[in-house]
Every structure is written in C-alpha cells, then in structure tokens.
Write a protein that binds this ligand. Sequence first.
Ligand code: HEC
Length: 130
Amino acid sequence: MCWFDRDKESGHGIFCMGGCFNHETYIMKSISTLAVMSLMALTLTSFEATADEALAKSKGCLNCHGIDNKIVGPAYKDVAKKYQGQNVTDQLANKVMKGGGGVWGGMAMPPNAVTPDEAKQLVTWVLGLK
Ligand code: HEC
C-alpha cells in the first residue's frame, strides 16, 4: 500500500495520502462527518445551558449569587423555587437592572450593568433552574 511505500525523505507521504487513499479517505470522511454532526448536536444543547451561565459570570452576577448556594444574594435555585409558577420575569428583570432589596434579608442588590434583554435572559435562566 502506498501508505507504507511513501518516501519519508522527500515528504511525498502527504500527496500519497490524497492520491492512493481516495476510497478509504472517502469512507473515513463520511464517518467523521457523521461523528462531527452528532457531536455538534450534543454540544449545542449543552451550550444553551452554559451560555446563560457564562453571561451571568461575565456580568458579575455569580460573584454574589451561587447557583446552588447563597453568597451575598440568594442561591439562584432558591429564587427559582420561591417564584415557581409565578409570572415575575419582567418584575425581576427590572430589579436586576435597577437593584433593590427587602425580599431575601438585610442586603440589597446594587444596580447591574445589563441591557433589558440581558436582564430578561438572565432572569429566565434563573427561574428555569431546578
Ligand atoms: C453585589 C452583589 C450582587 C450582584 C453583583 C448581583 N446580585 Fe442579585 N441579589 C443580590 C442580593 C443581596 C439580593 C437580595 C435582594 C433582596 O433581598 O431583595 C439579590 C437578589 C436577586 C434576585 C431575586 C430578586 C427578588 O426580588 O427576589 C435575582 C433574580 C437576582 N438577584 C439576579 C441577579 C442577576 C441576574 C445579577 C447579574 C446581572 C445579579 N443578581 C447580580 C446581590 C447581588
């Protein structure tokens, strides 16, 4: 087979792969295309979850909120539990932007530098946590 015939000194191996392995390469390509596609589908689904988390991190939310644990502010899972079944997305998004206190204890949340869309996206994510 060409693979083993290649002249290592002259570096023909690379051309050789293109010329002699056409058939095998074709099969390999279809297999890896399939593999890549299913991988992409997988990563896309998990990416959805982490994109929101990454936004929360980049906006500093996770400095004060843990997903599972209270830091300065309440754990996001506790927030989700508290408002379960209630239509509070807009109200909470507003609070995220403007800040406010009095719900969870002594500390108030300072205003956060997020756009209305980001605030809504973050609150939707928080309220969807389980
Ligand atoms: C400096 C700390 C701090 C930062 C940064 C912070 N929070 Fe908070 N957050 C708090 C505190 C404290 C509370 C509790 C306020 C209260 O008792 O009403 C709170 C409450 C909340 C609540 C529940 C509000 C309610 O009325 O029940 C949500 C939702 C929330 N934060 C989301 C966010 C998001 C999203 C970000 C990032 C854009 C963020 N927080 C950034 C400290 C912070």
